[in-house]
Write a protein that binds this ligand. Structure first.
Ligand code: NAP
Length: 244
């Protein structure tokens, strides 16, 4: 799959580690200028350096509308446009429904769903005017339901509804919007899962291994490229057959 992104301007949220780091590195390797946006600026700075010039780090908490607006505006001011937005930042706060606190619910909805809305809304304004753009939203296989993840599954299912709606609204401006559902990817998020559950999840993967950030990043790079201009509103699994 070739996907040159030479000259494209991209923002990747949650780029400080894990899947976001993999996406930022891949987009950079394909020639994009990447704004590595994360609450953790130290991590984002390390990733930006690894991407090589001209990637750079920006501080962003996606749960704050004003920060989302500022980061998108600063990107447009600096480069004259924004070509690619990857909404990757996400958290989990797992608990069984009967034990889930208001705080656990609110935190996950704020970052994983409302954050995607804030960033997509901000980016869509400029993309509509320029008549081009790519928005790639990272959902999860958990959107279909997963024990202990009522908050996370609700947020990730919401991301799919948001993506498909945005795809319809932005199509006339030649802006595509797609969602990716990773399965079990080896990052800090999954390393926090108790050993027994982790092993059970790994055993469910037909391809017989955990995914790597690069497995997700390859699809993001393709969807961000000019070659993917006729693909919109899709929800694509990257899970080694996890949901078969
Ligand atoms: P991760 O290793 O925990 O990395 C998430 C990154 O997002 C961290 O750098 C984190 O910063 C940052 N972040 C957290 N809250 C933020 C906020 N409010 N604003 C901006 N950045 C924020 O997670 P991951 O496994 O790479 O997951 C990335 C995405 O893929 C998430 O949306 C996740 O739901 C999704 N996903 C992951 C898997 C998987 O198996 N790993 C499967 C399906 C979907 P800190 O370091 O400060 O926390």
């Amino acid at each position: 799959m070739s996907a040159s992104l030479e000259g494209k301007i991209a923002i990747v949220t949650g780029a400080g580690r894990g899947i976001g780091e993999g996406i930022a590195r891949k987009l950079g390797a394909e020639g994009a200028t990447v704004a590595c946006a994360d609450v953790n600026t130290e991590d984002a700075g390390r990733v930006a350096q690894a991407c090589g010039h001209p990637a750079y780090a920006v501080r962003l908490d996606v749960s704050r509308a004003s920060e989302c607006d500022s980061v998108v505006q600063a990107t447009v001011d600096r480069h004259g446009r924004l070509d690619v937005l990857v909404n990757n930042a996400g958290i989990n706060r797992d608990a069984m429904l009967h034990k889930m606190t208001d705080e656990q619910w609110d935190q996950v909805i704020s970052v994983d769903l409302t954050g995607v809305f804030f960033m997509a809304r901000a980016a869509s304004r400029g993309m509509r005017s320029q008549g081009s753009g790519r928005i790639v939203n990272i959902s999860s296989a958990s959107w279909m339901g997963n024990v202990g993840q009522a908050n996370y599954a609700a947020a990730k299912a919401g991301v799919i509804g948001l993506s498909r709606t945005a795809a319809r609204e932005l199509a006339r401006s030649q802006v595509t919007v797609n969602a990716i559902c990773p399965g079990f990817i080896d990052t800090a998020m999954t390393r926090g899962i108790p050993q027994q559950i982790r092993e059970a999840q790994l055993a469910r993967i037909p391809l017989g291994r955990a995914g790597q950030p690069a497995d997700v990043a390859a699809l993001v790079a393709f969807l961000a490229s000019d070659e993917a201009g006729y693909i919109t509103g899709e929800v694509i699994n990257v899970g080694g057959g996890y949901v078969l």
